[in-house]
Design a protein around this ligand. Sequence first.
Ligand SMILES: [Zn+2]
Length: 335
Amino acid sequence: MHATEEAISRLPKVDLHLHLDGAIRTQTILELGQKNNLSLPADDVEQLAEHVQVQPSCRSLTDFLACFEFFYPVLQYPESVERIAYELCEDLSQQGIIYAETRFAPVLLLDEGATQRDMVEAALRGLSRGCEEFDLPVRLILCAYRGTPAEKSLELVKLADEYQDQGIAGLDFAGDESRYETSEHKEALALAHECNLPLTVHAGEAGSVDNIREAVDLGADRIGHGVRLIDDPQLLQTVVEKQIPLELCLTSNLQTQAVSSIEEHPFPEFYRQGVKVTLNTDDPKISNTDLDFEYNLAARSFGFSIDQLKEISINGIDAAFVDDSMKNKLLAKVD
Ligand SMILES: [Zn+2]
């Protein structure tokens, strides 16, 4: 029998693929818009939600990303970033989550004159305050962004290294994988490697399995999404042998049409073949989901039992960018 909702809500879980900007409350978008005199497509929460949350008509990653365009102007201020980081801790603390890694791309938030450093420090301030107040460890992954200047990525890696002991968990490469190659940011990647910064790479979501191969070759410690790994059985075996975890996000994959239906999602096949799969939310507020919903979706659609979901939660802990003593603390909460 598949796991019940109640058992899932009691299961301690971790979220490793969670975009800070995609976790913003609609109410907060509204308030930040008013505070900074920015025009938004609506002036009450319900109507604004129709613009900034994914609608059933969403048919592609492009449609999905259009939701972000409406509110990106409100994020261009360090105080905004600090606030959403803090509020994320509060939201996560109400969901039975025992650890999370949130991520954002500072390079996309420089329109109003802030620097990447301003934004990184703001996010860390918000997280540090939130973690303490809501008694939940939440670390930050910095996203370098494909399609932006390589020197910005290099600067970001230096910042990640500088703050590695102060809340930075690792580095991610995000941005349009169908148009740009991660290897364009060679220097940043080399430095990240030199500084022992854990690396995850968005690959094989909207783009092809070749991007996953590139990520593996670049030494990625985890793969963001990796849905298209199903297209290359040999690479899949490599990913199993190297025990490279996949950060899968079911609702997001459905909304961006990375898969056309939940029945076609390769998640259960990955699991069967021994890939270290994890369940995550991606952009919970934009997608109108949370981690319980994702676990329930997996239980309902793929017939996972509570023991199998527990195994998936443990995969998440194993895959977390934390040291062994922290992993053991987290594991003790699940067992
Ligand atoms: Zn993502």
